[in-house]
Write a protein that binds this ligand. Sequence first.
Ligand SMILES: CC(C)(COP(=O)(O)OP(=O)(O)OC[C@H]1O[C@@H](n2cnc3c(N)ncnc32)[C@H](O[C@H]2O[C@H](COP(=O)(O)OP(=O)(O)OP(=O)(O)O)[C@@H](O)[C@H]2O)[C@@H]1O)[C@@H](O)C(=O)NCCC(=O)NCCS
Ligand SMILES: Nc1ncnc2[nH]cnc12
Length: 286
Amino acid sequence: MPITTAAARPDTAPVLSPAALDAACCAALKHEADAWPKPGLVTPVDPGSHRDMNYASFVDSIAALRGYFAEIAEAGARGARYAELQVIAIAAEARMMAATRGANTHRGAIFNLGLLAAAAAWRAAHPSPAPVRCGALVARLWGPAIAASRRAAPTSHGQAVWQQFAAGGARAQAAGGFPAVYRLGLPALQALLAEGIEEDTALIGTLMTLMAHLDDTNLLWRGGDAGLADVQAAARAFLHAGGVRRPDWREALIDMHGWMVARRLSPGGSADLVAATWLVHRLDGA
Ligand SMILES: CC(C)(COP(=O)(O)OP(=O)(O)OC[C@H]1O[C@@H](n2cnc3c(N)ncnc32)[C@H](O[C@H]2O[C@H](COP(=O)(O)OP(=O)(O)OP(=O)(O)O)[C@@H](O)[C@H]2O)[C@@H]1O)[C@@H](O)C(=O)NCCC(=O)NCCS
Ligand SMILES: Nc1ncnc2[nH]cnc12
């Protein structure tokens, strides 16, 4: 499914059925998994900073998630409360865990892409002359409940990082309408595509833009403040030197991959938001 290059405009947004949303979400996850090189992350070439999962885990995980995005989209279309979406998402997480023998390949994506698919389906069921972007709809429809769910949440890495570093992570992104996707990821992706850069390379450029700024709770969990700061500084230096426009960009990222793997650093939250960016580029019009 190719993506196009013009600016995102909700008034030209395509209306996708739950089945088409499901296909789009799975395609977003596949594009992210396939892209190489991605510092610290799993690619078809190696498992990066992960010992419990590899590229095959991602392929199996995506297969196990087929149908989930249609299910949560149908719930979104009928105006389901956040608690109802949670039931659907928790069941999908269990299928992911079974397919990967206990590895957390897509927890963030189940959350982020699931909410965006639910919002897209709600928008399709409630036509308006001035439709809003999916991220803003997530914030409007479910933001308060997402923010409140932190207080009731059981222990998670994200929760521990929030307590230690006050980094909002996945919940803050979703409750705020995905500011990193709309202010960082999407402009980066669309600028690169508009220059004629091929899609896989543009997704890597998008990843580096997100890594340069995002409070990625995976980096904080594994590397603390120093791990996050070092990765952000390296991503910024890469972008400053031309990013994926420089001829030796792959070598630069392979080098970064080396030291990130040595320190077990993985920007899993940024990877999830690459997939979310690909998706909203499709959902919010091109
Ligand atoms: C609602 C939840 C998503 C709550 O999230 P919480 O804030 O409590 O954090 P986590 O449960 O730890 O997971 C959040 C995942 O979100 C990704 N992420 C991280 N930073 C950001 C960010 N700034 N913006 C957006 N997204 C972000 C990230 O996902 C990736 O990390 C996975 C690996 O994570 P983890 O296992 O923690 O780390 P490892 O390093 O692998 O662990 P070790 O090997 O060291 O042991 C990776 O695969 C990506 O997916 C975070 O992991 C949620 O937890 C929840 O409640 N889920 C149930 C379903 C639900 O209710 N959904 C709501 C309805 S849709
Ligand atoms: N390619 C990837 N590697 C590791 N964690 C991830 N989370 C989402 N995509 C990922």
